[in-house]
Design a protein around this ligand. Sequence first.
Ligand code: ADE
Ligand code: ZN
Length: 339
Amino acid sequence: MKTKTLIQSIPKVELHLHIEGTLEPELMWRLAKKHELSLPFDSIQEIANAYQFDNLQSFLDLYYQGAAVLIDEDDFFELMWAYFLRCKEQNIVHTEIMFDPQTHTHRGIDYSVFMPGFLRAKAQAESELGITSCLILSFLRHLSQEDALLTLAQAEPYYDAIDAVGLDSSELGNPPDKFIDVFAKAKTLGFKRVAHAGEEGPPEYIWSALNDLDVHRIDHGVRCIEDPKLMAHLVANKMPLTVCPQSNLKLCVVNDMSEHNILDLLEQGVMVTVNSDDPSYFGGYLNQNYQALDTHLAMSDEQFIQLVKNSFEASFLSDKLKQKWIKEVDKLNHSLSHN
Ligand code: ADE
Ligand code: ZN
């Protein structure tokens, strides 16, 4: 079994991370006190104990409720800065962060509040920690396309700071084709595109994300394995899947980590990557997700290195930077395996 050292020592990328899902119970508690808000919990431990889920919706209900403690610019800065400090600890050198504007605008917190907080944390991470990042504006799919179009329009003062749009929230009953117009508009504006699909939803939702939304990556996508034609398409097109093992376990997408299909997908040639999704809620950041594959699926060193390289490859970094990091990964891996 691989040592934790290799997982820790190799520089890594994260491609599927919701910033609202990094809100740790301690910070939730402190911000509730700061803003004199009442929480339906009597202690930090009670918050943590509530993190038991039956499915995606049972998680989302708690996740949206938790985000209500984020009120002023400093709160959003603190939230993102805390995540960047975790990245430093875990040797994550580049991260592509999703945020859900509608979770905030719908309770009266505007872009002019959360964006300056996010941008301050992002700039400080680059200058003080040497960590680069992208921002992905994600639409909540349980809301209407009209609301998504309004949300995209409201972001206009910040277009230069946003790299891509995404699609998240309750998947079943909200297929990607509900959002054709807003993704077409985002494409016209020059944004890259990603979408959650095939987490709880069927393979048809993955096809729809590919064909109707013209995405660069599929978030989750683990149900692709049910459709051989789709598998062949993903392999032929090197379409990345941002897989989140601990999330899949916590949300009952898989019953046991030993049944997770990520290494099968990897062996069949799918461009899978490892990510943490909502680490505060799912019991671990990126390295814990790699660790889980080691413990429960006996991931080999070669598989680990391939997964890390896939993440660099699937990122929105320039080709030059991708090659620089992939070389660095190979060099470090070589020197670690010969020591
Ligand atoms: N929002 C945050 N985490 C999510 C997930 N795993 N699926 C869909 N929407 C989300
Ligand atoms: Zn997600």
